[in-house]
Design a protein around this ligand. Structure first.
Ligand code: PMP
Length: 384
């Protein structure tokens, strides 16, 4: 039977979202679809709280959204700072280097952020054009202080790129107010749409930087020279074509973004906070440690618990699966079998949390770990 997906993406999608896309595909220039595309672009900016931004919706994954920001903003030799909190920070550094950026990496200790004073010191010491960072690093469950990094970007006139693949629509982002120039994300996590959409919101400053480039963008598919007129055409309710848009996915995107805004961003972020808190308290009550040590900088979209001593990671995940729940293993290569990851974003509810903690308790017990059965689930009841 079908298992509940409690991994950090893809997540469980709402039936309404899935059903919205189960229709014969209209033409990408059908006036009704043009209206859906235009509205999706607007709703995407609403979710990122960036009314002055330019949205981009393109077939692809989160990595393409990261790639697109890099391709369009980097010119060969540009100084770029990556503030890395794990796997996806390092991926961003690799992407930026491909476009000829001269990349410095400030790497955090595992499970921590890079102290904001260290970021400022680094910005002072060099003439950086871009700072890229991960909002929630899915490999560590660390939540970065995006507001402070945005403020530093403004202070030192550095373009900021936020990888929000594991945060947008789950953690608060005030892109415009915080001064973040580019937010990149994807459909399959808290945005609540099956995999296949690269999503991006660029500030006027980012667009200006692109327009003032001295060299052409060295990636054909990502080039905003191709995509910007398309996005603007949809916004102006005009037919246009560069690459065929994933029509059904964009129909689902409009549906999901609409449901997210109907729930209300404040309410939604609060629900994610309560889910995150409930999961962390459950894990702690079971006597397990978290990879993310600091309560101030822990994500609410996923949790990364360390296994108890001598736990067989494979056997543990197997029993969790037998109990109807899919969890994810570790992603940091050096700690792969020392921890696991639980996604809890999107339409996450109490039933999902109880079932998940129940399966974790069962798997711990079956694999020889001693704890009082129910002590974790009690925390879910208490905190959610
Ligand atoms: N950044 C972060 C923070 C992510 O969690 C992921 C996906 N796990 C990505 C980037 C890459 O996204 P995708 O797998 O959709 O390419």
């Amino acid at each position: 039977s079908r298992k509940l997906l409690m991994i950090p993406g893809p997540i469980e999608f709402k039936n309404e979202v899935l059903q919205s896309m189960a229709i014969p595909t209209p033409s990408h220039i059908d006036p009704d679809f043009i209206a859906v595309f235009a509205n999706s672009l607007k709703l995407l900016k609403d979710i990122c709280q960036c009314p002055s931004g330019q949205g981009f919706i393109v077939a692809g994954t989160g990595t393409l959204a990261m790639d697109m920001a890099a391709a369009n903003l980097v010119e060969v030799g540009d100084k770029v700072l990556v503030v890395s909190t794990g796997y996806f920070g390092l991926r961003y550094a690799e992407i930026l280097k491909r476009y000829g950026a001269d990349v410095d990496i400030l790497e955090s200790e595992v499970g921590h952020i890079v102290p904001i004073d260290d970021v400022e010191k680094q910005l002072k010491s060099n003439n950086y054009k871009i700072l890229a960072f991960t909002h929630v690093d899915t490999s560590t469950a660390v939540l970065n202080d995006a507001r402070s990094i945005g403020a530093l970007g403004k202070k030192y006139k550095v373009l900021t790129i936020l990888d929000g693949v594991c945060s947008v629509a789950g953690e608060e982002i005030k892109q415009e107010e915080w001064g973040i120039d580019v937010v990149v994300t994807a459909s399959q996590k808290a945005v609540g749409v099956p995999p296949g959409l690269a999503l991006l919101v660029a500030s006027p400053n980012a667009i200006k930087t692109f327009e003032n480039r001295k060299s052409p963008v060295s990636n054909y598919y990502s080039d905003w020279t191709n995509w910007l007129p398309i996005m603007q055409a949809y916004e102006n309710r005009q037919a246009s074509y560069f690459g065929t848009p994933p029509v059904n996915l964009i129909i689902a995107l409009e549906k999901s973004l609409d449901l997210i805004l109907k729930e209300g961003l404040e309410h939604r972020f609060d629900r994610h906070k309560r889910a995150g808190k409930a999961m962390r308290e459950a894990i702690k009550a079971l006597g397990l440690e978290l990879l993310t040590k600091n309560a101030e900088t822990v994500a609410n979209t996923l949790t990364a618990p360390l296994y108890p001593k001598n736990m067989d990671a494979k056997a543990f995940l197997q029993v969790v699966g037998d109990n109807g729940i899919v969890l994810a293993g570790g992603l940091l290569p050096e700690l792969k079998d020392n921890y696991f990851r639980i996604g809890h974003m999107g339409s996450i509810n109490k039933t999902d949390l109880l079932a998940t903690v129940g399966a974790i308790e069962t798997a711990l017990k079956r694999n020889g770990y001693q704890h009082e059965l129910g002590i974790g689930t009690a925390q879910v009841i208490k905190h959610f």
